[in-house]
Design a protein around this ligand. Structure first.
Ligand code: BGC
Length: 491
């Protein structure tokens, strides 16, 4: 995800300065926050498919899995098992309400430091878990880390980046997430053969990005915007000179000061968001998040190994298939980076709807026909075909609803409600991610192949929404959104 709330009106302006080594180092360190989030998304599915982990914490699920005649679709249906995955997002949802205040009051850098401390304690508790309570508390702390990092890091990146690479950096955050997911898939593939503590290695390796973020965040600077926002004006100017590598930063600095002044005049941005004029961007930002989750992407990201075992693969093949979907997720994100400002947002979203609708529909059809609840298996050929369809589905998502689900909301609010509006988008995302994580395995058990038609129906709704209601925002400067887009919208 790439939530960049740009405080500053320089989206189209070119200011003096170059991309300094210092900025590059700061960006890389902060990106470990994105990697950390991606790693958490990708790691849980593989861990919950590991027998050693199930034996220790979910012996009933392990027993059921061994049962030859057990219902194919219900092997993993267990509320606690789902809670292992979902608790992180619930905590992130709660944390995201607190964090926008922390971020404004204390700055981006301390917020990232707090995030990394949450991450480190969370990793220690999950990897060292002796009972399920300890593991779930660990996941909750990881979720607090995600809530803190997911607002501070993108804000930090967009405020530090020179304007000409701001857009690319915005999507790059999503890229780091997908890389984190892929690394987690690879780690799971390797660690699943290390008995009996492979799962501890999988969960423990999350400590590496957390450590880099923790120690690295002492080396990075606070952003000029955050310093000016907190009345440290001269320090802000000094830092801006340092990160741009030139002496004359007056134009950019003045734009930051003006933006902060304007933002200060709005005393109650959340109240302002409730006014009728704020509704179109708010509705669009929230709906994009809801739709992004109801594509069913996280059913795949969280539970791919479990899903692939359901269609008949062994443990290793299922984990390997997740590595393949993870790699496709990363590669397809580059397509988005390349096309988003050329082809526009709507065409990417609509094309992906068609691609995702077809793939979900065909997967549902195959499972309905050939994978009955008991005593039936897909042929090897069919199972491979299902994995191919999943790859095509992920590909479509990764160049559209993945990055754009974040990019559009981050640039659709006028300045005075931007941070508050975006906070709503982040919390909606976390809420619906939580719902999918908590419900998917039970839905799979009760709806069986119908779950794929359920997601397909949502894809039809989001396609219609994109076609009729979503305005094209390609090439529209963030601060002209109201005049050029909302006032001219047919509705
Ligand atoms: C979504 C995540 C998802 C990821 C997959 C992000 O844009 O917000 O929920 O897991 O994409 O790459």
């Amino acid at each position: 995800m790439a939530p960049a709330v740009v405080i500053g009106n320089g989206d189209m302006a070119e200011f003096e300065g170059r991309i300094t080594v210092y900025v590059a180092v700061c960006v890389v360190i902060a990106a470990f926050g994105g990697l950390m989030f991606g790693y958490d998304i990708g790691i849980s599915g593989g861990v919950t498919a590991m027998d050693d982990f199930l034996k220790k914490f979910f012996p009933a699920v392990y027993e059921r899995k061994q049962h030859a005649h057990e219902n194919n679709y219900c092997k993993y249906d267990n509320q606690y098992l789902q809670l292992f995955t979902s608790s992180l997002y619930l905590a992130a949802l709660v944390a995201s309400f607190v964090v926008s205040k922390v971020c404004s009051k204390y700055g981006r850098k301390p917020t990232m430091q707090i995030a990394s401390v949450f991450f480190l304690i969370g990793v220690a508790l999950t990897a060292g878990g002796v009972n399920i309570e300890m593991v779930i508390i660990g996941r909750i702390l990881l979720g607090c880390g995600v809530g803190f990092a997911n607002q501070a890091v993108p804000l930090f990146l967009s405020e530090l980046a020179p304007t000409k690479i701001r857009g690319a950096l915005n999507i790059s955050f999503q890229l780091f997430i997908t890389i984190g997911i892929l690394i987690a898939n690879l780690v799971n593939y390797w660690a699943s053969n290390i008995h009996p503590y492979g799962w501890r290695i999988s969960l423990g390796l999350a400590g590496i990005p957390a450590l880099v973020l923790c120690f690295g965040s002492f080396a990075i600077c606070e952003t000029p915007t955050s310093l000016v926002e907190r009345n440290k004006v001269e320090k802000g100017r000094k830092i801006l000179r340092k990160i741009r590598g030139v002496d004359n930063v007056d134009d950019e600095f003045n734009s930051i000061v003006n933006a902060c002044e304007m933002a200060r005049q709005v005393k109650h941005p959340f109240r302002k968001l409730r006014k009728p004029a704020s509704r179109p961007p708010l509705v669009i930002a929230i709906l994009l998040q809801v739709f992004q989750q109801f594509t069913g992407i996280n059913a795949i990201m969280f539970y791919a190994p479990v899903l692939f075992q359901t269609v008949g693969f062994g443990n290793d093949a299922a984990l390997l298939s997740s590595v393949i979907t993870g790699a496709i997720n990363v590669l397809s994100t580059f397509v988005s980076i390349y096309l988003v400002d050329k082809a526009g947002r709507k065409i990417l979203l609509l094309e992906a709807c068609v691609q995702m609708l077809l793939t979900q529909g065909i997967i549902g059809g195959i499972l309905m026909k050939d994978l009955k609840a008991t005593d039936s298996y897909l042929s090897h050929g069919e199972a491979v075909f299902v994995v191919t369809l999943v790859c095509l589905f992920v590909m479509g998502f990764a160049w559209s609803w993945g990055p754009l689900g974040w990019l559009i909301p981050s640039g659709t609010f006028p300045l005075e409600t931007r941070t508050a509006g975006f906070a709503f988008a982040v919390s909606s995302n976390m809420l619906f991610t939580f719902i999918i994580a908590q419900a998917f395995l039970s839905m799979l058990c009760h709806m069986q192949s119908g779950i794929f038609f359920f997601f397909a129906a949502w894809i039809v709704v989001m396609g219609l929404f994109t076609w009729f209601l979503l305005p094209e925002t390609k090439g529209v400067p963030v601060d002209s959104m109201v005049e050029k887009v909302w006032k001219q919208h047919w509705l």
